[in-house]
Design a protein around this ligand. Structure first.
Ligand code: ADP
Ligand code: MG
Length: 260
């Protein structure tokens, strides 16, 4: 049964999509069966996985609104060894259309319940806002990964985000957990980044991943080749960091399973 992990932060540009794509590829490289669901109408995770968002017949819109069978919606030819449910501009319409649907918060959860047994991990790339798409992701997920940049005010934003997640969880998904907080675009030479990082560990303890994603230009270049970074430059610091993160997540869930 797949573990479903939403990658969310209502702030844009913090590395959600980069993390979703490269974590999916890294998990797939460890022979796990992985599905990546793109819920951002910008479709960056779709393009970054080697799927042309302008050329797909069905997208997340069809899964959420039209009850199109998953087998028709899923893209199996990707550059990263995982499956993709694509997003493009149509997904904006899904946001609007779902508003007037019965059980609108649970559309994604219902769609995934039929295919959850076919995967080990399902990652959901959320849009940078707290709309009905994000609510659907939170309702369907077992846990949330929050990527963040260690900059001024980051901690304030994070506390607000955590409050929002727990308020939302109370309504649509009481079992939702914080999987982890991921420091992205990290520059260890930056003193402010180090200070914020220390505060983060102080406040959130071992929820903060030990793995840090460095600022690495290869991570920014790879999407224009429609490829996760590990298939663009496998020796890059970005590729190594996301592989390490996948390892950390696997070790953590083994630990939790043994404890249960
Ligand atoms: P979000 O999905 O949260 O909006 P993205 O993953 O799209 O954020 O990242 C925003 C921009 O920063 C993109 O241009 C991306 O290529 C770049 N980027 C993300 N992570 C890194 C990193 N670790 N190093 C360098 N550039 C990065
Ligand atoms: Mg994004």
């Amino acid at each position: 049964m797949a573990k479903i992990i939403a990658i969310a932060n209502q702030k844009g540009g913090v590395g959600k999509t980069t993390s979703a794509v490269n974590l999916a590829a890294s998990m797939a490289a460890t022979k796990r069966k992985v599905l990546l669901i793109d819920l951002d109408p910008q479709g960056n995770a779709t393009m970054g996985s080697g799927v042309d968002k302008y050329d797909v017949e069905y997208s997340a819109y069809d899964l959420l609104v039209e009850d199109t069978p998953f087998e028709k919606v899923v893209q199996t030819e990707t550059s990263g060894g995982y499956h993709v449910v694509a997003a493009n501009g149509d997904v904006t319409a899904a946001e609007v259309k779902m508003m007037e649907m019965f059980g609108r918060e649970l559309r994604l959860k219902t769609a995934l319940s039929k295919v959850q047994q076919n995967y080990d991990f399902i990652f959901i790339d959320c849009p940078p806002s707290l709309n009905m798409l994000t609510v659907n992701a939170m309702a369907a997920a077992d846990s949330v990964i929050v990527p963040m940049q260690c900059e001024y005010y980051a901690l304030e934003g994070l506390t607000a985000l955590m409050d929002t997640i727990s308020q939302l969880a109370a309504i649509v998904n009481p079992n939702l957990k914080i999987e982890g907080i991921l420091r992205t675009m990290y520059d260890p030479r930056n003193r402010l980044a180090n200070d914020v990082s220390e505060q983060l560990k102080h406040h959130f303890g071992d929820k903060v991943y030990r793995t840090v994603i460095p600022r690495n230009v290869r991570l920014a270049e790879a999407p224009s080749f429609g490829s996760p970074v590990m298939y663009y430059d496998k020796s890059s610091s970005g590729a190594k960091a996301y592989l390490a993160l996948a390892g950390e997540i696997l070790r953590r869930s083994d630990k939790n399973n043994n404890a249960a």
